[in-house]
Design a protein around this ligand. Structure first.
Ligand code: ATP
Ligand code: MG
Length: 390
């Protein structure tokens, strides 16, 4: 009996086939090549920003894979609300050096020891003095100097062993403690002053609030390289559905593909979710074709998942933000003029800028041209209408 093929789709996990993102991959590849070729700093930090589910983490992981092939040692940190970032970064760098066996002779052992010492010093100064400092306080020089030495010595040690350099990847940067972000930016600014001595690249990702947060954390933060990720166009959306299935010799009927594309509306997470739920419903074998019926049969499970995501976004909104979202939901079109929202809420257009900014920062809504907004999760408008009706 033929064995059913496990789903090749990956909602919420790294994709088996990374589609598109050509411009972004080229740019990140160029920056890595600069470090590898010239042994110098790649430039200001890269900041990928986009609402949830658009592929930031996938792109960072892809960059990490490519960097390793080029001979980089890579250190990864995922920030979380309320957890320190810099001590986590220092230990991640240290772990990466140990794993890459960069630190197995005597001179490099010294680096390891100095990292341990710096780690202790700035770890303490961050957690005691700095954590209790008033907002806007200057970052402690000990922390900046310590982190600077950690990154410098690690990058130089990698290079001295014939490696390309050090790649630091920081995901969920919007969740980093604000003060620590200031320290990190100061460190990178100092390292840029001696770029030829620092074979290093720093690439980060976060929600749409991240660029603004960086610019507030340090004046020179604005020199970071900001790259916004967009939804997929139709051609790339098709590839997200077709290529993983095709690799298992399973096709999509035209009507099924069109239905899937309409549901996902270019959102990479939703494309993976549609693909996966359709696959689960069909249980295809090699040579089969996924039909419209399979999309329909899969859509119950998918709707449950989507409803849970809408619910979480709705529950995390304040009362005023919920009023804003309701006003958006009742508009007939997916793209909602700001004036309509203000009128529905009975306010001046200017008076709704605070909830608007907060919702954009959290990636719940996004700008869609001048004075227009839309939900980042397709189907959220319909969910709100149903929720309020029921
Ligand atoms: N280039 C791509 N090709 C195919 N699938 C992708 C691509 N990028 C992302 N995906 C899929 O989209 C979903 C979201 O990707 P990812 O986790 O990278 O997004 P994210 O922007 O980091 O989201 P979050 O803000 O929630 O962390 C995953 O299911 C992933 O498999
Ligand atoms: Mg992510």
């Amino acid at each position: 009996m033929p064995v059913p093929i496990p789903s090749p789709f990956t909602p919420g996990a790294l994709p088996h086939v990374l589609v598109g993102r050509v411009r972004e991959r080229t740019r990140m590849g160029d920056l890595l090549a600069r470090v590898a070729t010239f042994g110098e700093l790649a430039g200001p930090p890269v900041v990928l920003h986009a609402p949830r589910g658009l592929g930031k983490t996938s792109l960072l992981r892809d960059t990490e894979d490519r960097a390793r092939e080029l001979g980089f040692v890579t250190a990864w940190v995922a920030c979380a609300k309320g957890s320190p970032m810099l001590t986590e970064l220092a230990s991640s760098v240290r772990r990466a050096l140990v794993e890459a066996e960069v630190l197995d002779d005597r001179s490099t052992k010294r680096v390891l020891e100095s990292i341990a010492v710096e780690f202790a010093i700035f770890g303490v100064s961050l957690s005691t003095e700095f954590a209790t400092a008033p907002a806007g306080a200057e970052p402690p020089p000990a922390a900046i100097g310590g982190m600077e030495r950690v990154l410098h010595e690690a990058a130089v040690a990698v290079r001295a062993r014939g490696g390309a350099g050090l790649l630091v990847l920081i995901d969920e940067l919007h969740a980093a403690p604000y003060a620590e972000l200031g320290v990190l930016l100061n460190v990178l600014q100092n390292l840029a002053g001696r770029r030829a001595e620092n074979p290093l690249a720093v690439m980060t990702a976060g929600l749409p609030s991240t660029p603004e947060m960086i610019m507030r954390a340090a004046t020179f933060g604005e020199r970071s390289e900001f790259i916004g990720l967009e939804r997929f166009d139709e051609a790339d959306s098709r590839r997200v559905l077709e290529e993983p299935a095709g690799a298992a010799s399973v096709g999509w009927a035209r009507a099924a593909l069109d239905a899937g594309l309409a549901i996902a509306d270019g959102n990479p997470y939703l494309l993976q979710l549609v693909g996966d739920s359709t696959w689960q419903a069909a249980g295809p074998e090699a040579g089969d074709v996924l039909e419209l019926d399979d999309v329909d049969a899969g859509s119950d499970g998918m709707r449950g998942q989507l409803a849970a995501m809408c619910r979480a976004r709705w529950d995390s909104a304040s009362e005023l933000e919920q009023a804003f979202l309701s006003a958006m939901a009742e508009y007939a079109d997916e793209i909602v003029p700001r004036d309509h929202i203000a009128t529905t809420m009975g306010r001046e257009s200017r008076a709704i800028s605070v909830p608007r900014a907060r919702l954009i920062d959290r990636g719940v809504i996004e700008a869609a041209g001048r004075g227009r907004l839309r939900f980042t999760l397709p189907g959220m408008g319909a969910w709100i209408r149903e929720f309020q009706a029921g």
